[in-house]
Design a protein around this ligand. Sequence first.
Ligand SMILES: NC(=O)c1ccc[n+]([C@@H]2O[C@H](COP(=O)([O-])OP(=O)(O)OC[C@H]3O[C@@H](n4cnc5c(N)ncnc54)[C@H](O)[C@@H]3O)[C@@H](O)[C@H]2O)c1
Length: 275
Amino acid sequence: MRPTGRRLGIVGCGAIGSLVARTLQARRSSFIVTALFDHHPSSASRLQKALRPRPRICKDLKDLVGHCDWVLEAASQAAAPGVAKAAISRRKPVVLMSVGGFFLHRRKLSKLAARYRTKVYLPSGALCGLDGLRAARQGAGLDRVTLTSTKPPKGFQGAPGLSPAQRKALATSRRVRTLYRGPIEGALRRFPANVNVAATLGLASGVPGKVQVLVQSDPRAKYNQHRVRAKGRFGEMETLTRNLPSAANPKTSALAIQSTLALFERLEGFVEIGN
Ligand SMILES: NC(=O)c1ccc[n+]([C@@H]2O[C@H](COP(=O)([O-])OP(=O)(O)OC[C@H]3O[C@@H](n4cnc5c(N)ncnc54)[C@H](O)[C@@H]3O)[C@@H](O)[C@H]2O)c1
């Protein structure tokens, strides 16, 4: 039987996909998870068992998009553009957690979304202050934006941008280490699972080319921390977000998962708060 409510398909059944699905169910949301896809079928079947009614485990993206009205991508930077394309071209709104994947293909994907008149949602994720930044960019715009992301070393495990020397130093070093300094694109390529916030910040600022990113590892850090400084005609702003890592994945902050839930809450509500 086809469930009433909005049918949600989830690509990626890890920390974010699983907790979002379970919470939507516990909250009796009008978003009902009907389709799952993960390239590790065991992750999809673990989540399937926790949900009622049981969603379909799909064999590929096409199958998933055919069995839902909305799509949530919570897989990887590499997966995000393909998920976005598959959803948009079937006119299914899509929520992308791997914002870096959208950022690297933003021109093509934005054009596609406009052509199919289908929305792409990019949650604030692990970062606060995007409402202020979007207001600040109006009018004369922003002159300078910097992001400093600091995480405990285990948050960088497996990052392709680490040199062998950096990898070794991360395991033993007792001091703060700078792993990257430069533009957003470079940060995304080196730390695809760590700096989605840089992509979100760049898109929200409207001046991605002016955003400078600093990535640091701190063995004493308890938090995944993001400090944003922005300057423009409006004045100056500075935000500091100190996130606890999620229990399921140290690279992912708990707030990022809650941000997705907040987006679904907003989509269901009749009063909008913030710009
Ligand atoms: N926007 C933000 O602020 C923010 C914050 C945290 C994480 N993220 C991003 O969200 C994504 C999910 O994070 P997570 O913590 O749930 O990760 P996770 O590793 O816990 O789970 C990812 C799941 O996706 C699956 N997967 C990976 N590539 C896939 C593909 N091509 N097709 C199908 N399944 C695939 C994996 O098997 C895994 O089960 C990551 O890309 C992460 O970088 C974004």
